[in-house]
Structure formats: C-alpha cells, structure tokens
Design a protein around this ligand. Structure first.
Ligand code: NOJ
Length: 539
C-alpha cells in the first residue's frame, strides 16, 4: 500500500461473530472480554482490522441483527466500558475496529416500536415504521404481496388497543424486525446520533447491514413475482444465464431494494464520517452485481461493498476469472472486496464440497483471493479450515429455519463456537453448554493444535497474509492481469514477478519457471501443481 492510500483500500479484515468467538464469562456465549483476550491471536494472524457482528441489546431472535438499542451493549456481551476497552486495546495492537450498523430495521423490542404499538394508527410513533391498513373486507390480507427475505409475507398484523386485529407493519426479515421508515426525519436523525456515538468511541468504520434495502416505494405497489425477487437477491449470481439476468432485473426494478434514495441517506452519513479524522469508512452489505454495486462506492456515499458474486462463485476457473474481472473492472476506481464466506452462508470448505476436497479447495481459493488487489474479509474460523457444524433441529436458532417450517435449514451451521484448544467440546471456547453445539472431531482443528503445525490452514493464512503485506508485487497499487490459456486454470500476474496459479482442473499442471513462495498443498515431486491447489511463484 502506498502511504497516501486510506488503510481500508487493501486491508485484511477479520469478521468476529461475538457470540461464537470466545467466552470469558463462562455462560456458553462469547463476549467482548473474550474478544479482548484473543486480540494477541488476531494480531499474530496479521490482519489489519476486525469487524464485529452486532453486540447491542437484542432479544437475539435473529442473532443480534434484531437490535433493541443501537447505542449500548447487550449484558450477555459485557458493558459499554468493555466495548471501549476492546476498541482501545485493539488500537494499541494496531488493529482497526469496524462495528455493525443495522439501519433497515429495529427489533420489535426497541422502545420506538413499543411506543408505536401503544399509539393509534396515523400517529407520529407509527410513522417511524411502515404501518399500513390490510387489504380485503376486514383488512385481513397484508397491504401488498412483498415477500420476506426469510420466507413468508413481509407484513405482520398487530393487535390494537381495543384488542382487535388492526394495522400491519413491514418486516423484510423476521417479524421481530420491523422495517424503519427512512423518509421519517426521526429515523435519519437517530442514525446520525448512532454513527457519532460509535465514532466518538473511536471505531474506524461500519459494516452496513442490508445496505440496499432502506428505501421503499411509499406507494407500496405489488410486485409481479415476489418470491422470484427474493431469490434474485441470493441465487444464481453471475451465471450469465437468462434466468439469472431475469432475477437481477427484478431486483433492479424493485420497490424495496436498491432504490436510488438509499444513496441520499449515505451522503448524509458520509458527511459525518468525513468530519472525523483518520479515514473512517463504511462497507455495504448489498447483494448486487457490479453495475449496481458501483453506485455505493462512487465517491460520495460509502467506501466499500461486499462482493457476493465472488462469495457465491464455484471452484471453477472460468467462473472465478469472470467474476474477478467483472468486479474489479466494474467497481473501478473503487477497490474491490473479497470474502469466501460469512455468518450468512455456508463455510467455504463446506460450500466447495466438504470433506478433504472441500478444505483443499478452500485453501486454494483463499490463496487466490489473497493475491488479488483490494481488501479481504475473513470469517472467523475460516483460517482454521472449519466446515459447517451439524446442528440438530432442536438446537437450531435461525429464524429462517422456523419461518420456512424447516424447509430451509438456515445459517446456524456456520455459526458454531470456535475451537481454541482441547479434544472435546467446548474446545477452550468457555462455558460448558455452548449456545450452539460444536461437533466432535474438531480437536485437530483448534488454534492450539494448528499453532505450530506448518502444514495447517492457520499457518497458511499467516504466511499468505504476511506475504500479501510484504511482497512488493502484492501492494495495493501493483498491477494485475489474468492470463489463462486454458479454461480450468487461472494464472494471475501481479507486479515484481509475482505469479499466482490456481489449478481447478482434475490433473497436475506444470508450474511456471521460478521460485515457489507458498502453496496451498505440496507441489508434486516433479514440481508440477496438483489439482485443487493454488501456488505463488517468484518469476
Ligand atoms: C444481513 C445479516 O448479515 C443477517 O445475519 C441478518 O439476518 C440480515 N441482514 C437481517 O438483518
């Protein structure tokens, strides 16, 4: 990185999912004291920043994304003083801190929503949310046909003061998450206050939840294909098929996703971020293709946007090369972000096939991502090569499982508490009964077990992050070029003679002339690169 560039342009950011990271209090749920105690581990991994998923007061009906007070700490995670200590101690170790901001909705336990429930239709208290009369003779039908991203209708009916069924409120996610009305000045003002609150505490940035969803068409029109629209957000990204284009078009024209007005909201935030010293930033969580994504990073709104096309891409050289090129070119001059997984998706090793093959491919894909220009987001446990945990249905927590009546298993598998040491649950996590169960057989995957093993995934991540920082050819402004003359191999050239080769084919391929810097699996005796392997060369 050149020194004039802001830190986030090529930062390695580690996602801490606080409830499953480390538990100091011993109640089976992670906490901020646990984060503080593991800061040396994070610093030794070589990351530049941590992003913490929500640790704010919450009924935890969507694992903390149902926030009931955005300017406080849930007692299960600690206190505001703990948050301040965490920020300070992270900074003392050279780590930046990004916190989650959840602006699309408040928990129905938030005092505003409780006030709205206690107030009549048409009141200013209700105007902070989307309250509407139902359709049909008795208002028994939802106000329109919009679908929740967690399945089912995106409206829930309330009981009025007279004890009778009354208005409906919008919930794009769970019914415990009431969508906020961003045309209401109270909402705008409250989030400005929240931004300043955490910026004053010293945070370096925000991850903006559902960043494309805040603005709604206030005429609330029906959509032609409600379920297709929801699927369009998550499925079939960048397959290039007609069907995926159709779904993307649905999102682009949607009355409640990716509307132009969200950019006005972010212009207001940007002014606040820019009024603080030290390159404070915001990264958008928005499942959008590059042509739409670029609007969020065009200069006067947010700084980064997650790259879900890459996150969803299969282990396929053609698909990966296409996504890499389309996202870098599509966002330029803004930098791209790369993530292999997060708390909402299957873990990368599971997604790429599971078992030994899945881990092997996950390591190879990580090394490809680590060689690309832009910034990296690593989901906790990815550096240990974890796969999704099997969660028995009676232990599931994800509202997606419940709302879909078990048709969709949901996201709990990726959220099991981290294994730190030992041979059996809780693997040094803390407590005895962890909030989600950990599998048997993670003994060889703990931090303690991998710490001194040069063949471990942890060692691979440390080495690649270090090289990423020190090799001049991997500097943020170093050039990149994909030169692939076969469709099952990616050859990525960066500056200063650095070459990255990913072998997605079924057989070995010859290595380029030069010295091996690092490889995700041992090269073969004749020096060739085995299948499902990425190797870095100095040529
Ligand atoms: C995206 C978050 O990452 C996810 O965990 C959450 O369920 C939804 N937004 C709703 O807040």
């Amino acid at each position: 990185m050149t020194t004039s560039e802001p830190w986030w342009r090529d930062a390695v950011v580690y996602q801490v999912y606080p409830r499953s990271f480390a538990d100091e209090s011993g109640d089976g749920e992670g906490d901020l004291a646990g984060v503080i105690s593991r800061l040396p581990y994070l610093a030794s991994l070589g990351v530049d920043a941590i992003w913490l998923s929500p640790f704010y007061p919450s009924p935890q009906l969507d694992a903390g994304y149902d926030v009931s007070d955005p300017r406080a700490v849930d007692p299960r995670f600690g206190t505001l003083e703990d948050a301040q200590r965490m920020i300070n101690e992270a900074h003392a170790r050279g780590l930046r801190v990004i916190v989650d901001l959840v602006p699309n909705h408040f928990s129905t336990a938030h005092e505003w929503f409780q006030e709205a429930l206690a107030s009549p239709p048409g009141s200013p208290e209700r105007a902070r949310f989307h309250f509407r009369e139902g359709r049909g003779p008795n208002g028994d039908e939802p106000p329109n046909n919009w679908a929740s991203l967690f399945t089912g209708p995106s409206w829930t009916r309330v009981t009025e003061a007279d004890g009778l069924p009354g208005q409906w409120y919008m919930n794009m996610f769970d019914s415990s998450q009431a969508d906020l009305n961003w045309t209401n000045p109270d909402v705008v003002e409250d989030f400005h206050t929240t931004l300043r609150f955490w910026l004053d505490m010293g945070v370096d940035g925000f991850r903006v939840d559902v960043a494309f969803g805040l603005a709604k068409d206030m005429t609330y029109p029906d959509v032609p294909d409600p379920v297709g629209l929801v699927e369009g957000v998550r499925l079939d990204l960048d397959t290039g098929s007609e069907e995926s284009q159709r779904r993307r078009d649905l999102v682009a024209g949607s009355p409640y996703m990716d509307r132009d007005e969200v950019q006005d909201i972010y212009r207001g935030w940007r002014a606040i971020l820019d009024s603080y010293e030290g390159d404070r930033m915001a990264v958008a969580e928005a499942w959008l293709p590059p042509a739409r994504a670029r609007r969020y990073v065009a200069g006067d709104t947010l700084h980064q946007i997650f790259n879900f096309d890459f996150l969803m891409a299969p282990w396929d050289a053609g698909a990966l090369a296409r996504v890499i090129t389309s996202t870098i070119d599509g966002l330029a001059p803004a930098p791209v972000t790369w993530a292999l997984n997060n708390h909402d998706t299957a873990r990368v090793a599971t997604r790429l096939g599971g078992g030994d093959v899945g881990v092997r491919r996950a390591r190879a894909l990580a090394m490809l991502a680590h060689a690309l220009p832009g910034s990296l987001y690593i989901f906790q446990g990815e550096e240990l090569g974890l796969q999704d945990a099997e969660i028995p249905n009676e232990r599931r927590e994800d509202p997606v499982f419940f709302r879909s009546k078990g048709e969709q298993l949901g996201r709990d598998g990726a959220r099991a508490p981290l294994p730190w040491s030992g041979d059996a649950p809780p693997y040094g996590f803390g407590g005895q009964h962890t909030w989600l169960p950990q599998p048997d057989g993670w003994g060889g995957l703990t931090v303690a077990a991998q710490q001194d093993d040069p063949a471990s995934t942890l060692a691979l991540y440390r080495a690649s992050i270090l090289l990423r920082r020190t090799h001049p050819g991997l500097a943020g402004d170093a050039p990149w070029r994909i030169t692939t003359d076969r469709d099952d191999v990616i050859v990525l050239e960066r500056g200063a003679g650095f070459v990255c080769v990913s072998n997605c084919s079924a057989g070995p391929i010859p290595a380029p002339d030069g010295m091996v810097l690092l490889s995700s699996a041992p090269l073969l005796a004749d020096g060739s690169i085995p299948p499902d392997t990425t190797a870095w060369f100095q040529t």
